[in-house]
Write a protein that binds this ligand. Structure first.
Ligand code: OGA
Ligand code: NI
Length: 360
């Protein structure tokens, strides 16, 4: 079996050490492997946002609501993020991950509280099995608080990424309004709950993998934030859990974004909309880049089920919490253990007592 890597980043292990086997610390137990043959291709809804801005808005809002309820995921076209902005963002990500190791390592940190950092896997401080991924994570709203921390190599990194962030934030705000409306809430309701708002992003780099059936780029997880807007290159890899029992591949469609509901919308909607499990698998031949934008509340924002969605018949499923509290729990628990949402259920103590009684 190959030795455990001494390199900090996976991309340097793959490109320099010419490995032909997955190192042992990346190998999942048999029961947790991706089973790449058993994947479906029935995909997720593709919603045209063109009419969101015209007289047929109600129809698009309806489509968004249905996609959130039934899939937790959808794709969008005519989203008003210019094609050159998207192309520049993808190009700069490619160039960043091609920089020499010592240049990239200037941004390296394994501390998840850092607001700008390059790292590998998911959270190497808490996880037992590593993931086949390197990533650069950036906080990006308000831009002026963070941009001075970002890499300056490639030279146009800050300009291109900042432009992308501004445009994608515009899209996020439109989607949040539509989601609010689709729940029967005031269109500003969700936005008002987000405090000063927050926006993070990741540049994910998945190198080619000699044995993709033994490991993951990212194992099944839900996103902890409000909504995620994902840009992916032309290499497939994203899979979404459908009806709780089978994985569907979401193959790339040029110039579309993939939108998914995160845990905070699940809480505010009082479980009407579900934050759905998804994962990234890797392949033998091609590197893959994906760029999720995580739109989120600011840490001080108080999140809980919308009062209008709580009735005598439909009690509040979750207690109130600050996003800061949720964020900390999420990063400390590791990806593959208990669902983070469970820890914030109104009946969490009861849940624990039942588990204890059951195991006795
Ligand atoms: C994520 C994520 C999917 C992908 O970064 O949270 O789900 O396709 N990424 O990279
Ligand atoms: Ni995700």
């Amino acid at each position: 079996m190959a030795a455990i890597s001494k390199r900090l980043l996976l991309s340097d292990l793959v490109s320099s050490d010419k490995i032909d086997q997955v190192p042992s610390n990346y190998i999942r137990p048999i029961s947790q492997r991706p089973n790449l043959q058993q994947v479906f291709h029935d995909s997720i809804p593709l919603i045209d946002l063109h009419h969101l801005y015209g007289p047929n808005r109600a129809h698009v809002v309806d489509q968004i609501g249905r996609a959130c309820r039934e899939y937790g995921f959808f794709q969008v076209k005519n989203h008003r993020v210019p094609e050159p902005t998207i192309a520049n963002m993808m190009q700069i990500a490619k160039e960043f991950f091609k920089l020499p190791e010592e240049e990239r390592l200037k941004s390296y940190s394994d501390d998840p509280t850092k607001t700008t950092r390059l790292s590998t896997s998911f959270n190497i401080r808490t996880e037992k099995v590593a993931n086949w991924r390197d990533f650069l994570r950036l906080h990006c709203y308000p831009l002026e608080n963070y941009i001075h921390e970002w890499p300056t190599n490639p030279a146009s990194f800050r300009d291109h990424v900042a432009e992308y962030c501004r445009r994608v934030r515009g899209l996020a705000l439109q989607l949040i309004e539509a989601i609010s409306e689709s729940l029967g809430l005031d269109k500003d309701y969700i936005s008002r709950q987000l405090g000063k708002h927050g926006q993070h992003m990741a540049l994910n780099y998945y190198p080619p993998c000699p044995q993709p059936d033994l490991t993951y780029g990212l194992p099944g997880h839900t996103d902890l934030n409000l909504i995620t807007i994902l840009l992916q290159d032309d290499v497939p890899g994203l899979q979404v859990l459908r009806n709780g029992d089978h994985w569907v591949a979401v193959d790339p469609v040029p110039n579309t974004f993939i939108i998914n509901i995160g845990d905070q919308i699940q809480v505010m909607s009082n479980d009407k909309y579900k934050s759905v499990l998804h994962r990234a698998v890797v392949n033998c031949d091609k590197e893959r880049i994906s760029i999720p934008t995580f739109y989120c509340p600011s840490p001080d924002a108080v999140i809980g089920p919308a009062p209008e969605l709580v009735t005598d018949d439909e009690r509040a499923v979750y207690r109130q919490f600050t996003y800061g509290e949720y964020y900390e729990k999420f990063w400390n628990r590791g990806l593959a253990t208990e669902n983070c949402l469970d820890m914030f259920m109104a009946t969490y103590l009861l849940h624990i007592i039942c588990l204890i009684n059951y195991s006795e």
